[in-house]
Design a protein around this ligand. Sequence first.
Ligand SMILES: NC(=O)c1ccc[n+]([C@@H]2O[C@H](COP(=O)([O-])OP(=O)(O)OC[C@H]3O[C@@H](n4cnc5c(N)ncnc54)[C@H](O)[C@@H]3O)[C@@H](O)[C@H]2O)c1
Length: 314
Amino acid sequence: MAKLYKKIVLTGACGTLGMEIRSTLADLCDHLLSVDIVDAPADLLPNESFAKADCAVLDEVLPLMEGANVAVHFASIPDERPFDELLGPNFLSSYNVWEAGHRHGVQRVIYASSVHAVGMVENAAGADLDVDHAPDTFYGLAKCFAEDLGKLYWTKRGMESVHLRIFSCTKVPQNVRALRTWLSFDDLRHLVDRAATATTTGFTVVWGVSNNDRAPVNNAKAAFLGFHPKDNAENWAESLYAAAAPADPSDRAQLCLGGPFATIPLGESGVAAIKAMTEAKAAPEAAPTPEDAAPQTPAAQKLPSFLTKKGMNG
Ligand SMILES: NC(=O)c1ccc[n+]([C@@H]2O[C@H](COP(=O)([O-])OP(=O)(O)OC[C@H]3O[C@@H](n4cnc5c(N)ncnc54)[C@H](O)[C@@H]3O)[C@@H](O)[C@H]2O)c1
């Protein structure tokens, strides 16, 4: 059967998420060209080829886009770093993908954006898809840059783009925060598929989050994409709460969409801060008070109502 596209280019193909979406993209095209700055994955798919390239160098990106219909841009450093370390991989790479794509007639870019483009927005504000950019880091600033690049190339050059504002994409939810922010690998594949196959997208931003009871955002304004995530982090709530240290609900890392990225100093790793939060265990238990003994759900124990989907919407 004829495939939807002749050629799709995937950057960052050897990364955690790139590896998860290769087969989804390969199913949609005659030829998937996977690109990364590191060596090729061990097993290429039958219709997949690989190019080792630095996306921060325009001359290396230009030939890759020849004959491509869609570019899926996932290459970047996925963490906060000093600005000059992100300039090439996170800022220039995006410009190069859009510009090389434009010169070769690519019709759509699908971009791995991030919640950190709006990481300083407070959960309680009920962030909508058109909330102003509010990056929490230089990393988030690079995501804002690429989103605006997408808007510029759509309005001035008619090149479509879909910006997936991914929250926390892991095999299983890693910590209590992920009860709100988790995106499962299955839901990521579904999201990428919808972004690639939607008939027209213009410039679109969509939250990359699973169907979590506590998701702090909703995708009503991107409903036309037909993204219907199925997984729900709530299934892990009990075990995650059992392992978690108590959280201070007035901490900006709790209040802002960006989590610990909202409080780390610029240039310092946010992933390390999330890891520290994930590994923090509850202090040894003190003798229970009568209040402790009252039966409470994990949610009731730890989260103010505005941090739950129910509290946000109803
Ligand atoms: N994992 C998440 O939860 C999450 C959340 C939000 C956004 N994202 C975004 O999704 C994308 C993929 O994230 P990931 O978790 O798979 O990260 P990753 O680090 O596992 O993968 C990134 C890949 O990009 C490649 N790369 C880096 N610089 C490059 C360059 N100059 N040229 C070519 N390739 C280069 C790396 O070699 C790596 O294989 C990133 O853009 C990240 O910012 C991820």
